[in-house]
Design a protein around this ligand. Structure first.
Ligand SMILES: [Zn+2]
Length: 263
């Protein structure tokens, strides 16, 4: 078939339109697959930022046991809970003063044998939730039923004597088993773990610590710290999270949302 000059011109225009339409379609296809990929990527990689040995410990656990604990919640609201373990310690007052200065809610899981009338007063603020870590810092999977019960009951009694009714419990090392769950529930405690480990126990401090927390926090996160964190790092984390649109909330508020699936 032969085309006139005019025909050739229209054919060229038509061909180029089809070509550019294909380009647009190809571009859209690539874009959508990129969006899907990055969404999957963000869910699978950033939901849990915990050491691999802890992740495998939890993933091997029976669901009926691990579901007794909240690791994080499912929400698109930019909310996060900062949690602090192992206190009271020398840094407690500095940490609670910093949190009060920034009006930042927080949850503390304490070692109750170290509680005194003086140090317990640092935690007495409407911003804070005081809960049980243990009477001592023991691995409950290595203790007998009676020993674990003594730890949890003893801790609850000490907090009650100080006018605090604990609602939450976090086992030392995040180590638990069926008996721990049974005893925890017998004493009306809700298990709380975490999905973001700040690694402050692992030598992380300064920029390395701050960057890690800001990088991995996702909406609905529970972040693990210890009462050894430097207040300068804590301030940077509070300011950083707020500048990213996050609101630090209490455990009570976070738990209004459904728990996210455990590892
Ligand atoms: Zn601990």
């Amino acid at each position: 078939m032969r085309l006139s000059h005019k025909g050739q011109f229209f054919f060229t225009i038509l061909a180029s339109k089809i070509l550019s339409l294909n380009k647009v379609l190809l571009f859209l296809l690539l874009l959508s697959s990129e969006i899907i990929y990055s969404q999957n990527d963000s869910v699978s990689i950033t939901k849990y930022a915990i050491p691999s040995h802890f992740e495998s410990f939890i993933s091997m656990m029976d669901s009926s046991v691990k579901n007794a604990f909240v690791f994080c919640v499912n929400t698109t609201d930019s909310i996060v809970v900062l949690t602090f373990d192992d206190g009271p310690l020398a840094m407690t007052k500095n940490i609670t003063d910093t949190l009060k200065q920034y009006k930042c809610p927080a949850a503390f899981f304490v070692i109750t044998k170290n509680i005194s009338e003086k140090n317990v007063s640092y935690y007495l603020d409407t911003l804070f939730t005081l809960s049980i870590h243990g009477y001592t810092h023991s691995n409950y999977t290595k203790l007998s039923y009676n020993e674990v019960e003594k730890e949890i009951k003893g801790s609850k009694d000490i907090l009650l004597e100080n006018g605090i009714t604990p609602k939450y419990f976090r086992p030392p090392y995040g180590a638990f088993d069926c008996k721990t769950v049974k005893i925890m529930q017998d004493y009306q405690l809700k298990g709380i773990l975490w999905n973001i480990d700040s690694y402050d126990w692992n030598g992380y401090a300064g920029e390395k610590l701050v960057d890690r927390v800001l990088k991995y926090t996702v909406p609905g996160s529970i972040v693990l710290f210890h009462e050894r964190i430097h207040t300068e790092d804590l301030k940077k984390i509070i300011i950083g999270l707020r500048s990213m649109g996050y609101r630090m909330v209490s455990l009570d508020e976070l738990l209004q949302y459904p728990a996210c699936p455990p590892p």
